[in-house]
Design a protein around this ligand. Structure first.
Ligand code: 5GP
Length: 125
């Protein structure tokens, strides 16, 4: 899928629409999700134009990939999440219900987050 420069996160990166910023460096921007699904729900996005985890991990320069994942760890540290723990999640494509076509990681924390996915999805039940 081609990258659409008019997606909502591209507009946030360009400063065309506001966000509640948590962290920013050369490689990444982190901000609170507009519809939080946990006490802490932060989105971390790379500054480059990548559609998804698949696109970013497969095609971005190694420096951008390393810089991005270092930034995710910095966000968790800055928010003091390491002792209680946190979950990092990325939706890729239709089965995962990806809505915004600019790669992002969800960072959830602040409570017991429960199971990873809906129960009963595996072929064995
Ligand atoms: P996805 O389903 O693509 O993994 O998640 C997209 C996320 O982006 C959703 O959790 C949604 O609440 C969030 N989101 C969508 N539009 C905006 C926005 O304009 N600002 C912020 N901060 N989050 C948004």
């Amino acid at each position: 899928m081609a990258y659409d420069p008019n997606n909502i996160f591209a507009k946030i990166l360009r400063g065309e629409i506001p966000c509640n910023k948590v962290y920013e460096d050369t490689y990444a921007l982190a901000f609170h999700d507009i519809t939080p699904q946990a006490p802490v729900h932060v989105l971390v996005i790379p500054k480059g134009a990548y559609v998804s985890f698949d696109d970013f991990s497969g095609t971005a320069p190694a420096e951008a990939v390393a810089g991005f994942y270092r930034a995710v760890q910095q966000v968790a540290a800055q928010l003091g999440l390491q002792s209680g723990g946190y979950r990092v999640l990325s939706n890729v494509g239709p089965d995962a219900h990806q809505e915004v076509m600019h790669y992002h990681l969800h960072l959830f924390a602040g409570c017991d987050l429960g199971r990873m996915v809906k129960k009963g999805l595996a072929a064995g039940g």
